[in-house]
Design a protein around this ligand. Sequence first.
Ligand SMILES: O=c1[nH]c(=O)c2[nH]c(=O)[nH]c2[nH]1
Length: 309
Amino acid sequence: MTHPESTANPEIVLGPNQYGKAEVRVVRINRETPVHEIRDLNVTSFLRGDFAGTFLTGDNSKVIATDTQKNTVYAFAKKHGITTPEAFLLTLGRHFLAYEEVSGGRWTADSYPWERITVDGAPHEHSFVRSKQEVRTAAVTIADGVEYVLGGFKDLTVLKSTGAEFHGYPRDEYTTLPETTDRIMATDIAARWLYADDVDPLTADLDSLYAQIKRITCEKFATVHSLSLQQTLYAAGQAVLESLPQIEDIRYAMPNNHHYVVDLERFGLENNNEVFEAGVLPYGLMNASVTRRGAAPKPAAWDWIGDFI
Ligand SMILES: O=c1[nH]c(=O)c2[nH]c(=O)[nH]c2[nH]1
């Protein structure tokens, strides 16, 4: 048996920290009617607060075990149901904030989309097929008594086979990229958005907002004649903020999934933007926040969120 023991060194201090249970897989079926509803979540719970003891000396007297955090996810799925990922995480976060040693935390979820199987032209009551289009995401952060709620999605893979150009960039001795007025543009869109202060995540129709943000993002990707992926990203964010006052800040991460025109002249063939080499590493990567002028920055909502600036 080892004993808690301080290895104090005044020159070295504990910085920001959190701990919790990662990737709790919970599936909740609502069986109130024969038409079942499904929510399929991968939840991560992180607590922040008076936990220096366990990091510094292994004093666990204030630690809410990560196993307890996991169990709470399952118990809450039963007690409160899962209306939306955002509402579920907020309820979870508020529960943990009631512990004296917890001053804040971060609760995140991936939510896997299931669609009803169609049988004889009608949606089936209790059979589903996993949609592979994109994964919904949510994140709740509680810091300094303030709740921040983010919706989002990731892995929304889109491609347009024309309507994109890239030219006009400076050339130096290391520039080899040919300019183009007609290229494939493709990306795996990840987005996170911060709800405005007057949106109550427990009662607002966040499923509808989600569908609208996905639709607007895809429409802008399709219809903006793109001079750069950066331009497409901003146009999508602007369109979301213009149509949805409920959104205060939207951030995208867009890798540029390059498609290089294969040189077929070697084989005596002409390649008129028809044959491409795809999936080439490395890839470009665009990050931006699109927000409303004068909006107060809310860094606590975004710190440590990963992939987004
Ligand atoms: O849309 C683009 N933006 C860039 O900044 C860039 N850089 C590059 O090599 N290709 C592209 N494409």
